[in-house]
Every structure is written in structure tokens, then in C-alpha cells.
Design a protein around this ligand. Structure first.
Ligand code: AMP
Length: 402
């Protein structure tokens, strides 16, 4: 029975499998391996997933759900700080669960994730010409138990038995270790669209041992986009008299153009920012140094978890053999600079940061199918577990990083 590996990302998701001892990542309808984690509904409530949903995102802004991984395991109150930036209708959310209202129905982040997983499963089935019933799904290492359970439940809703939940940095390390036949102490710095994880692992022969992990489940490239959008949104209002944040479509267009400019500035030092809406046009050149000034306070939030992770592993930067970058946001030059400053060495950028987690998930799936040789994975729990005792105090039973 085939087991697939799924990287269920905030921005994009991927699915892969081990074939003849090598990982294979499946391609979507647009020919690429990245499937946008976006679900759009038409007026009748029929869902559209992936690149087709992304293509209509701005025209169909009120019925398109993206970045929903940020809301997994969260209640309405938790998302209040972001609400003004997102075009979704959260009004049916309660303290336990975020709910997106579309047409006259509501969807939880679990159901949205299930649509994405089902789409990935169908993609793999069509290309393998075989039924897929089991999967390994990756999650940010710093996901808590509720978020892990929610991910597992999403897999089950999509008709899959989730045989293992694997931490994303651990998956990346599996891909790296297998590729380079590496040994040593490796730091995995993983900054995606909505989450940040840092893990330190020791690799010796075929044993992968996580020494410590830390992170922030609400830090990622989306926050860069929002910071750029806030700055430029104010400028647009000053220059044109039109507030782009006042309508869902204007806001969505602004955030999408902010993201485009951010990506361009990873390669170029200057780019043209354009915003067109309701016969109003705004354009100006944007430099990398301006972008860096705006996002610096956000990028710096990754520093403290890195230092705490090294302290928990009882290591100093000079004890780290390699630093591996994972996640699309590690393409931002300022992020690379920060990593170099913290770990006092240049990070490895040779692995494709978009695919490395999916490759690791496929490898773990291969191990469970007995196809990837002998490999032992020892992981840790990111957050302490305990029981509530008298007076509402938690007595820790299992400490984090054990
Ligand atoms: P992931 O969750 O790993 O798919 O990463 C998605 C995040 O990476 C999004 O916030 C993207 O905007 C960001 N991203 C992707 N490519 C680039 C790039 N070339 N420069 C800057 N950010 C990027």
C-alpha cells in the first residue's frame, strides 16, 4: 500500500512519494510542484482548489480563502489583530474555532485544509494510477497539540489515514541528510508564509535526533506583505485620496502587489510598485533598503527563538555544522543576513527551499513502507504537557524539548 508525503503549507502545498528509492514530487495542472493552498467557491458553493483558485483570487475576493493554516486550532479572539487586513467574513467564529462565512455556509480551517488535501490526493492518484489511502503530513514543529490534531482530522476528512504527523524542519533535515549523506549538528531555519520554526538536529549514520526546537506559529512572509501594504496604503491615500483598505478588493489587490514587489526585491535592489483600482492608478519605485527598513522589526522576531533553541540544546553557534534554509521567505536577503549573524556562518541555499519539506515527507513515507532503508528519527515535543491542578495551575508532566 502506497503512503504519500504531504507538505501542507500556509501558501503552497506539495505531495510526493518514494519511487524506486528516490523521492518524486507530483506536478499540478500548471506544471509546477507548488499547489497554492487556496480554496475559492463559486456562487453555488462549488469549491475550486490550487492555481485555478489563485487565478481568480482578486475578482472573487469574498469567496476565496487563503493562508487558512494561520487559523488552524485558533478561536475568533486570536485572529483579531489580523482581521482588518484580511477580506474574510469571520463573523460566525467563536472562542473555540475560526469560521469563514461564504455564501450562506461556514467553513472551518480544517475543512479548508481538507479541500486542499483532497485535491493533492487526486493529483497523485491520477499520476500514479493507483488509489492513495495513507499519508504522512508535515506540520510546523512549533504547532501545539490542538493544531496537530486539527491537521490529522483534515487528512481524515479528505479520506486519508494519517499514519504520521512529521515536523517540517525534521522532514527538511531528512531530505538534507539523505541527499548529502551528512553527519554533524544541523540547524534548520524554516520561515514560510505564516509560520517560523527553528530546530537543531544531530545526524549520525542513519539516526536523526532532534535536540531542541522553537519558533513562532504566527510569523512569516505574510507579515512582510502586510507591513508593506500598510506603509504603501497610507501613501496611496495621501496621493490619490482613495483608501485601498476600505474595500476587500482594494485591500486584496494592495496585498497581492506588495507580495509581488517583495519577491522582486529578493533579486533586484529596485522595483516598480503599481496599484490600479477603480480607475485610480498609483505607482512608485521601491528600493530594497526601504523594504528592509519596514520588515526589520518582523525579521528580528526570529532571533529570540533561535537563541533559545541553541540554549535548550546546550550549544553555541560554533557547534553548528550547517544551517539549512527552508520556506519561501528565506529568499529575502535580509533574512539570510540575520541567519548569518545569529549562526556566524553562511547558510546552505543549494536545496530548493520550496520542495525540501515535501521531499522529507516522501522519505518518511518511504521509511514506513520499508522502501528507504534503515533510518531512525528521534523527535522532541515543542511545548510542555501537563495537567491542571488545584487553583488552575498547570503541573508539567513532560517538559518541552524532551
Ligand atoms: P512557503 O510557506 O514556504 O510556501 O513560503 C511562502 C512565502 O514565501 C510567501 O510569503 C511568499 O511570499 C514567500 N516567497 C516566495 N518566494 C519568495 C521570494 N522570491 N522572495 C521573497 N519571498 C518569497
Amino acid at each position: 500500500m502506497t503512503i504519500v508525503g504531504i507538505d501542507l503549507g500556509t501558501t503552497n502545498s506539495l505531495i510526493g512519494v518514494m519511487e524506486k528509492g528516490r523521492p518524486r514530487i507530483f506536478r499540478g495542472e500548471d506544471g509546477g510542484t507548488l499547489v497554492p493552498s487556496i480554496v475559492a467557491f463559486d456562487a453555488k458553493g462549488k469549491p475550486l482548489v490550487g492555481s485555478l483558485a489563485k487565478a481568480g483570487k482578486i475578482q472573487n475576493v469574498l469567496r476565496t480563502i487563503y493562508s487558512s493554516k494561520r487559523f488552524v486550532g485558533k478561536g475568533g479572539k486570536d485572529v483579531e489583530p489580523w482581521m482588518h487586513l484580511l477580506p474574510f467574513d469571520f463573523s460566525k467564529s467563536d472562542d473555540q474555532m475560526v469560521r469563514f462565512s461564504i455564501n450562506d455556509k461556514t467553513y472551518t480551517p480544517i475543512e479548508i485544509a481538507a479541500f486542499v488535501i483532497r485535491h493533492l490526493k487526486n493529483m497523485a492518484q491520477c499520476q500514479m494510477l493507483e488509489k492513495v489511502e495513507k499519508a504522512v503530513i508535515t506540520v510546523p514543529a512549533y504547532f501545539n497539540d490542538a493544531q496537530r490534531q486539527a491537521t490529522k482530522f483534515a487528512g481524515e476528512l479528505a479520506g486519508l489515514e494519517v499514519v504520521r504527523i512529521l515536523n517540517e524542519p525534521t522532514a527538511a533535515c531528512l531530505a538534507y541528510g539523505l541527499d548529502k549523506k551528512a553527519r554533524g549538528t544541523v540547524a534548520i531555519f524554516d520561515l514560510g508564509g505564516g509560520t517560523f520554526d527553528i530546530s537543531v538536529l544531530r545526524i549520525s549514520l542513519s539516526v536523526f535526533e532532534v535536540l531542541a526546537t522553537n519558533g513562532n506559529t504566527a510569523l512569516g512572509g505574510d507579515d512582510f506583505d502586510h507591513a508593506i501594504a500598510e506603509k504603501l496604503g497610507k501613501e496611496i491615500t495621501e496621493v490619490t485620496g482613495l483608501n485601498p483598505m476600505s474595500t476587500p478588493e482594494g485591500r486584496s489587490r494592495l496585498i497581492s502587489e506588495a507580495e509581488k514587489a517583495k519577491r522582486a526585491l529578493s533579486d533586484a535592489t529596485e522595483t516598480l510598485f503599481e496599484w490600479n483600482y477603480c480607475h485610480t492608478r498609483f505607482e512608485r519605485s521601491l528600493s530594497r533598503s526601504e523594504l528592509e527598513k519596514w520588515i526589520l522589526p518582523i525579521v528580528r522576531q526570529a532571533e529570540d527563538p533561535c537563541r533559545r533553541c541553541m540554549a535548550d540544546a546546550r550549544l553555541n553557534p560554533e557547534d553548528i555544522t550547517d544551517v539549512i534554509l527552508v520556506g519561501g521567505s528565506t529568499r529575502v536577503p535580509l533574512v539570510k543576513k540575520l541567519v548569518e549573524e545569529i549562526f556566524q556562518r553562511k547558510p546552505i541555499c543549494t536545496l530548493n527551499p520550496d520542495e525540501v519539506v515535501a521531499i522529507g515527507a516522501a522519505v518518511q513515507a518511504g521509511v514506513l513502507m520499508g522502501q528507504a532503508g534503515e533510518l531512525l528519527l528521534l523527535d522532541v515535543i515543542p511545548l510542555s504537557l501537563g495537567i491542571e491542578t488545584m487553583g488552575g495551575i498547570t503541573a508539567k508532566l513532560i517538559h518541552r524539548n524532551s
